[in-house]
Design a protein around this ligand. Structure first.
Ligand SMILES: [Zn+2]
Length: 280
C-alpha cells in the first residue's frame, strides 16, 4: 500500500532571484510556502510542514519579530491555511495524526496551532537549536516562538539520528528514519539551511516523491548544483552542511531520475504539481 500526496501552498513571500541563484539577475520572485498532505489507508493523515497562517501577521506586529515580516513581506489569506486546504479536499484537521516539521522557520510552522490531535516529529537537533531562543536570538534563526501551540513540547516526538533503532543507512542520503517501519515514509537528514533540517522520501501511488524542504530553493540548485548567493550564508546554520545536503539531493536525483524532488519554495515544481493553486 502506498501514500497519496496532495501538494499545495499556504501563501508566499517575495524574494530575489539573484539571492536564490548566484549570478542571476535581480528580479522579484514569489516564494510559495508549500505543504504536503499525505494520506494512507492504514497510517491516516500526515502533513509535511504546515506553512503560513493568519497568526503570522499577529505574531510579527511587534519588535523584534516585526523584523521577520519586513525582510520577507508575506502574502497570505485564511483560505490558504493548511487547515482550510485540508477541508477543501474533504479532510478534517482533527484527523491529522502526525505533522513532520522539516525545520522551525516561521514559513514552515505557522499553521501548527490548527491540528489539536497531531503529534509533531522533528530532528532533535532542530528542536535543540531553537527551543530556548527568544526575541532577537529567535529572529536570527527565523523562529517566532509564539507560533507554536502551547502544548507543543508535550506532543513532540524527537528523532535521534545517532541512537534510534528506526534509523537505516542509505548509500547516498546517509541516515534515514523509517517512520512506519515499512519503508514507505523515510525521513532524511538534510541539515545546513537550518540545524537538523529533515526531508521525506515517500512511496506514493505514482512512484516516489522526495520532499526536501529548503535543502534547495529552486530546482536549478539541485539539478545543476547552482548555489544561492553568498549573502544567504548569514541566515543558514552551516554553509558547509548545506552544500553537503544539496550534493546528496543532486546525486539522488541523478541516480533516481523518476523520483519527483520537491523543494518547498520552487515555483516551477509547484506549477507542475498543482498549477490550479497558483494565481498567475
Ligand atoms: Zn527555511
Amino acid at each position: 500500500m502506498t501514500w497519496r500526496l496532495h501538494f499545495t501552498h499556504t501563501g508566499y513571500c517575495t524574494s530575489n532571484r539573484a539571492d536564490v541563484l548566484q549570478g542571476e539577475k535581480r528580479e522579484k520572485i514569489r516564494f510559495y510556502a508549500t505543504i504536503g498532505i499525505l494520506v494512507h489507508p492504514n497510517h491516516g493523515l500526515v502533513l509535511f510542514d504546515v506553512g503560513y497562517h493568519d497568526q503570522f501577521y499577529e505574531q510579527t506586529k511587534t519588535f523584534p519579530y516585526s523584523i521577520y515580516s519586513k525582510i520577507t513581506p508575506v502574502f497570505h489569506s485564511p483560505e490558504e491555511n493548511a487547515k482550510s486546504r485540508l477541508e477543501a479536499l474533504g479532510y478534517s484537521a482533527e484527523d491529522v495524526s502526525i505533522v513532520v516539521v522539516s525545520h522551525f522557520h516561521a514559513d514552515h510552522i505557522a499553521g501548527l496551532i490548527d491540528f489539536p490531535n497531531a503529534k509533531f516529529i522533528c530532528d532533535s537537533n532542530a528542536w535543540r537549536s531553537i527551543r530556548s531562543k527568544r526575541g532577537i536570538w529567535a529572529v536570527k534563526r527565523g523562529f517566532i516562538p509564539a507560533l507554536l501551540p502551547a502544548d507543543f513540547e508535550h506532543r513532540l516526538e524527537l528523532i535521534d539520528f545517532e541512537k534510534s533503532t528506526a534509523v537505516k543507512h542509505h548509500k547516498i542520503l546517509k541516515r534515514e528514519y523509517d517512520l512506519f517501519n515499512d519503508g514507505s515514509f523515510m525521513i532524511s537528514e538534510l541539515p545546513g539551511h537550518a540545524s537538523g533540517q529533515i526531508g521525506a522520501r515517500i512511496q506514493i501511488n505514482s512512484g516516489e516523491v522526495f520532499l526536501i524542504a529548503d535543502a534547495a530553493w529552486v530546482r536549478e540548485n539541485y539539478i545543476e548544483m547552482k548555489l544561492p548567493s553568498q549573502i544567504v550564508k548569514l541566515f543558514f546554520s552551516s554553509w558547509v552542511e548545506f552544500k553537503k545536503s544539496l550534493e546528496r539531493v543532486h546525486r539522488y536525483h541523478n541516480e533516481h531520475p523518476s523520483t519527483v524532488v520537491i523543494p518547498c519554495h520552487c515555483f516551477s515544481t509547484l506549477m507542475e504539481l498543482n498549477r490550479d493553486s497558483v494565481e498567475l
